[in-house]
Design a protein around this ligand. Structure first.
Ligand SMILES: Cc1cc2nc3c(=O)[nH]c(=O)nc-3n(C[C@H](O)[C@H](O)[C@H](O)COP(=O)(O)OP(=O)(O)OC[C@H]3O[C@@H](n4cnc5c(N)ncnc54)[C@H](O)[C@@H]3O)c2cc1C
Length: 429
């Protein structure tokens, strides 16, 4: 793939970017670079695909790769992962690397706790450093309603052994020197949350897959399906067809369009989320800080860069991965409101990816009504990275053993038609 240049053209100070005018009453438009929607055919491997595989996984993001690796651990190695681009082309290569146990519903607290445990052992098991740094997450609340939400979560987290606590504005300033806490009423803090570097996580799972005999096929686009008697029989690709017993749809924000190819309607919607990284600074910021009301978040990576983003309430649905001046301007202003001393720090690079948003902010997992051997694994909004190790572990066990697991009933596609939704409201970005 040719290198894709990213804005800004020159390292640019946050305080200068903050002065760019933004009309917040209008939705954002466009963005650069507009990511290509099709990868060059010249990159397509020439080797033939296998004619048959027990399990075909569509999407080589963190979900597809983690599931494939866990299936192999369970003894199922007749698995092919199909990825239309390079590894890290989707949200898994574009995210903020935040991993936290501070959630609003028991299922996500439990999954995130297990994921972080698995992350601690990742280097030992897969031989690659994912740069996990447990500096905590500090959530800030600007309104009474959000403060109450943080308060309510503490008991839930403590019940699962997660040491979240409410901290006063003064304590928050002790945790992050220089933090203004402007307009903030309350904060919650879990010192065991943290950040990781996303790319080695994918590479680690991909290498682990290959070592165990699982095939990971990049530049291979799924273009259709063959079905009969309520089963998917074949997956059609730009490199030929694969007959299969089971298909897993793990194509992230592209899942609805892939599902459409087999006549299945998913309720997920892609929404662009922009993010940036600054020049590296001496370590000064322990936790990832997030103002829950506005979706601002920022952390310091192991290499010293400030990495951060902020959702835009006016962002329309769509598979747009362009970067805008509007975002850097809004982000710079919101960051400097909480941390004025970083105004002189230069932004080196900005990019964007798509959240895969479901109506209740929870994933879609398990069997597809009407097509029993098509399994869903999408809808991870802005938190799939930190859920992947635990979800993949449970899904592989469930698939290999055939034993029931409530996760695949709770988050089944059927719930949207049945209206049994339990909304997760601890969403940032
Ligand atoms: C800016 C941003 C910040 C984020 N921050 C965090 C964070 O701090 N912590 C966290 O846990 N999560 C975060 N997330 C969310 C997280 O990145 C995602 O939830 C997660 O990566 C989803 O993984 P996935 O495997 O489902 O999707 P993806 O990584 O998008 O993978 C899906 C893959 O399917 C491929 N594909 C699509 N169509 C086809 C086809 N027809 N044939 C073959 N392959 C196909 C795509 O190329 C893609 O590689 C963030 C996301 C964004 C965008």
């Amino acid at each position: 793939m040719p290198f894709t240049p990213r804005p800004p053209l020159y390292p640019t100070e946050l305080r200068l970017l903050a002065t760019a005018p933004v009309d917040e009453s209008q939705p954002p438009v466009g963005g650069v670079p507009q990511e290509v929607d099709a990868f060059p055919a010249a990159l397509r491997p020439e080797a033939p695909l296998p004619a048959k595989a027990k399990v075909v996984i569509i999407g080589g993001g963190i979900m597809g790769l983690a599931l494939a690796y866990n299936l192999a651990r369970e003894g199922e190695t007749d698995v092919v992962v199909l990825e239309r681009g390079y590894l890290c082309a989707g949200a898994s290569g574009r995210n903020g690397g935040g991993v936290r146990m501070q959630w609003g519903t028991p299922a996500l607290v439990e999954l995130a706790k297990r994921s972080i445990d698995l992350m601690k052992g990742f280097a030992g098991e897969l031989g690659i450093n994912v740069w996990l740094r447990q500096g905590g997450y500090l959530f800030l609340a600007k309104t009474k309603a959000v403060a109450q939400r943080l308060d309510r979560n503490v008991a839930l987290h403590n019940k699962f052994g997660v040491p979240t606590r409410i901290v006063s504005p003064d304590e928050a300033r002790d945790i992050v020197p220089g933090l203004t806490m402007k307009d903030c009423l309350a904060a919650s803090y879990n010192p065991e949350d943290g950040v990781i570097f996303p790319w080695p996580f994918l590479w680690g799972y991909a290498q682990g897959c290959k070592k165990k005999g699982v095939r990971v096929e990049t530049y291979t686009d799924v273009t259709g399906f063959e079905t009969s008697n309520g089963q998917v029989r074949k997956v059609k690709t730009t490199r030929g067809d694969i007959a299969c017993d089971t298909v897993v749809l793990a194509a992230g924000a592209w899942s609805p369009e892939v599902a459409k190819l087999v006549g299945v309607q998913l309720p997920n919607e892609p929404h662009r989320h922009e993010i940036l990284s600054t020049e590296p600074l001496k370590p000064f910021l322990q936790p990832l800080v997030s103002v829950l009301d506005t979706g601002l978040y920022f952390s310091q990576s192991m290499r010293g860069e400030i990495v951060g983003g902020m959702g835009d309430p006016k962002e329309p649905a769509g598979l747009n991965m362009g970067s805008t001046l509007r975002f850097v301007s809004r982000f710079a202003r919101a960051l400097m409101e909480q941390l004025p001393q970083v105004g002189h720090v230069k932004v080196l690079r900005q990019w964007a990816g798509c959240y895969d948003v479901t109506p209740d902010n929870n994933p879609i997992l398990g069997r597809t009504p009407g097509l029993d051997n098509l399994l869903q694994m999408s809808g991870f909004v802005g938190h799939g990275f930190m859920m992947a190790p635990a979800v993949a572990e449970r899904m592989a066990k469930w698939m290999a053993s055939g034993q029931s697991d409530e996760l695949f009933t709770r988050f089944n596609l059927r719930r949207f038609a049945e209206g049994t939704l339990e909304r997760e409201d601890m969403i940032i970005g």
